[in-house]
Ligand binder design. Structure first.
Ligand code: ATP
Length: 259
């Protein structure tokens, strides 16, 4: 389902945001939620975004994924400028290249787990049998093979979040965006969901950008980006268990990715 790789995929970051500004206006009041933000994410990175309340983390996720409009700057995903596309093309591009996991799960209550996971494939034109097979495989992968016929209200919070993980990943998106994915879970469930995220990143090279308040979740990532006042103020990667400033060179990032 993912877009075909561009020829220079190795050289071009998967995501490149340059000078992104987002201003919320209500009446006379303006809030500059993103103040000229730059960020690049390479294929296979697991990035946690942390920062104080109001620093712009959710706005970053909404704008860099193209869910929300920006006021200035540009965002390239697989080399394509999200905001140079029409709304319809951007929506289709997002459906093919991105998966989403939110704190509030956002599952369709009248659908079973399997139907919820099938939906993004069906919306992208997959045949119903293919969609069902892949949904069941993905639910098995997240440990829910015995719950495929359950509706969200028949599942625990951790199970519901595993369904959303399966739904986000079933189309093999280039990038998964997660906003406080463990925010509604107790600490045991949060650990399980995070462990699953990390496994999928390691096994499948799934690129993940995850917003969190929780320092334990942030520290589990491979790269930790700090935000304040709508800008990035720190950018570190974990190398041999230590956090060091993120090197720009791809070969050094390769070394940082090794467990
Ligand atoms: N729809 C909106 N209208 C007006 N202002 C908004 C809107 N959404 C966010 N803001 C403001 O933009 C700034 C950044 O908000 P954002 O939600 O991105 O921060 P955050 O770092 O995710 O915060 P939190 O950790 O509390 O969720 C804040 O000052 C917030 O009040």
């Amino acid at each position: 389902m993912a877009d075909r790789e561009p020829r220079n995929a190795g050289a071009e970051p998967l995501l490149r945001a340059q000078g992104v500004q987002k201003i919320y206006r209500s009446g006379e009041v303006e809030v500059r939620a993103l103040a000229g933000l730059d960020l690049e994410v390479r294929r296979g990175e697991f990035v946690a975004v942390m920062g104080p309340s109001g620093s712009g983390k959710t706005t970053l996720l909404n704008c860099l994924s193209g869910l929300d409009e920006i006021d200035a700057g540009r965002v390239l995903v697989q080399g394509r400028d999200l905001f140079a596309m029409s709304d319809a093309v951007r929506t289709a591009h997002r459906a093919r290249t991105m998966g989403f996991v939110f704190q509030s799960f956002n599952l369709i209550p009248v659908f079973t787990a399997a139907e919820n996971v099938e939906l993004p494939l069906l919306l992208c034109g997959a045949a119903s049998e293919t969609a069902r097979t892949r949904a069941l495989e993905m639910l098995d992968r997240v440990g829910l093979a015995s719950r495929v016929g359950h509706r969200p209200n028949e599942l625990s919070g951790g199970e519901q979040q595993r369904v959303t993980l399966a739904r986000a990943l079933v189309g093999h998106p280039a990038i998964v965006w997660a906003d406080e994915p463990t925010g509604n879970l107790d600490s045991g469930m949060a650990e399980q969901v995070m462990a699953l995220f990390l496994e999928l990143n390691r096994e499948q090279g799934q690129t993940v950008v995850l917003v969190t308040h929780d320092p334990a979740v942030g520290r589990a990532a491979q790269r930790l980006v700090g935000m304040r006042d709508g800008r990035l103020v720190s950018d570190e990667v974990r190398v041999d268990g230590r956090w060091v400033a993120r090197p720009a060179a791809p070969e050094l990032l390769e070394a940082a990715r090794r467990p």
